[in-house]
Design a protein around this ligand. Structure first.
Ligand code: NAP
Ligand code: G4F
Length: 360
């Protein structure tokens, strides 16, 4: 605590979840600090609206929000950050989060995703910090276990990413049990938003459709269309992360919607919104298929509902619609089809997209 304010440290603050979590914690009047790693160009696009460079306070204890350079693969930078920030809560969201790419970069994936949280937990233990620790665990850990999956389902990961997350999950439990650290896992099923990275399947589809509508391209190439996922809305899932650290004791929770759909259903739903058949626009390419696949994820969030009072509000259909509308708006703004400051309801961009496609 500093001057009566809780202080939170977010790793992965430049990512999808990190940006929504930073917004949520600032709304709750936390003092927020974020770790960013060096990039050849600044990549703070998702959080630039949050006033990250506070000229008045700089990177001091009095600043409501600031970023500092550190890297999950650099233990010294992590310790320095913890020493400076003295956080009440750490949200470890930083990771190489792309499952497909983890097959191409397995060592760095394990380094960031498994050794990264170990470095934080070791620093908390060694420096005797009273901080609470949240680990961004993943439904990818369930791998080939049959759905529905809950906290007691066996974990049989199918990718270097899944293995890295399972190691971090167990390290979090171990440091809780062995050293009494408040360390908790949120086992989150897939969650998406207009801020989702462009190379995850949902965003690849919605941004791909928007590109087709404005004439940037003619089709979308995808890999395996049979896999099923339980897709929720990132903005609501970061609320669950916060609730997990506010619970009286550290514990592990599944966060999901209880609905599963395969990639073809996502294609059906999104193309149908514009009166189109996805079969006319989607190509299947081996380039996007993985050496091993997680066939079906369907989460059972009963424990989180009962203990944390958390429930998902946005389900599949609404999620597809809000993501497609956001990408249509973005591409239409880029192309000058709507004004750059256009602020219409989602239905407007969907209707305009449908109209543009009907004229082709
Ligand atoms: P994301 O958009 O890919 O963001 C990942 C973040 O981690 C980015 O800010 C990235 O920084 C940062 N990062 C990567 N390597 C790092 C390193 N070596 N040191 C410091 N920071 C590093 O991922 P997300 O969707 O927000 O997911 C957040 C977390 O939840 C991840 O740990 C992910 O594995 C986990 N998770 C996600 C889902 C999901 O469906 N979204 C489900 C379960 C679990 P750059 O911007 O510099 O790349
Ligand atoms: O969107 P995806 O890349 O997400 P995936 O692999 O389920 O991983 C996401 O969710 C995990 C939680 O379960 C997170 F831990 C992880 O960080 C990440 O956020 O792929 C979803 C499905 C897969 O079966 C994939 O094979 O879509 C299939 N797919 C088909 N074509 C594709 C593509 N995936 C991608 N990324 N790109 C394609 O072209």
């Amino acid at each position: 605590m500093y001057n009566g304010k809780k202080v939170a440290l977010i790793t992965g603050i430049t990512g999808q979840d990190g940006s929504y979590l930073a917004e949520l914690l600032r709304e709750k009047d936390y003092f927020v600090r974020g770790i960013v790693r060096r990039a050849s160009n600044p990549n703070t696009k998702r959080i630039d609206h949050l006033d990250i460079y506070d000229e008045k306070f700089g990177k001091t204890k009095d600043s409501p929000f600031y970023l500092l350079y550190a890297d999950l693969s650099d233990g010294t930078s992590i310790r320095n950050a913890l020493e400076k920030i003295e956080p009440d809560e750490i949200y470890n969201l930083g990771a190489q989060s792309h499952v497909g790419i983890s097959f191409e970069n397995p060592e760095s994936t394990l380094n960031f995703n498994a050794l990264g949280p170990l470095r934080i937990l070791e620093a908390i233990r060694d420096m005797k910090l009273p901080t609470k620790f949240y680990q961004a665990s993943s439904s990818e850990m369930f791998g080939i276990s049959a759905p529905p999956q809950n906290e007691n389902t066996p974990m049989l990961p199918q990718s270097p990413y899944g293995v890295s997350k399972l190691a971090a999950y167990h390290l979090t439990r171990l440091y809780r049990n062995a050293y009494g650290i408040f360390a908790a896992n949120g086992i989150l099923f897939n969650h998406e938003s207009p801020r989702r990275g462009l190379n995850f399947v949902t965003r690849k589809i919605t941004t791909g459709i928007a590109d087709i509508v404005v004439g940037n391209k003619e089709n979308i190439s995808l890999g395996n269309l049979e896999a099923k996922r339980d897709w929720g809305f990132s903005k609501e899932y970061v609320e669950a992360m916060w609730r997990i650290l506010q619970h009286e004791k550290p514990d592990d929770f599944v966060i999901a919607t209880r609905e599963t759909h395969d990639i073809k259903e996502f294609l059906d739903e999104s193309f149908n919104l514009l009166g189109l058949n996805w079969q006319d626009y989607v190509k299947v390419s081996d380039n996007y298929k993985r050496p091993a696949e997680v066939p079906a994820l369907l989460g059972d969030p009963s424990k989180a509902e009962k203990i944390l009072g958390w429930q998902p509000k946005t389900k599949f259909k609404d999620l597809v619609s809000l993501m497609l509308a956001a990408d249509l708006k973005l591409k239409m703004q880029e192309k000058g089809i709507v004004p750059i400051d256009s602020k219409e309801e989602d239905a407007y961009y969907l209707a305009l997209g449908k109209e543009l496609m009907s004229k082709k």
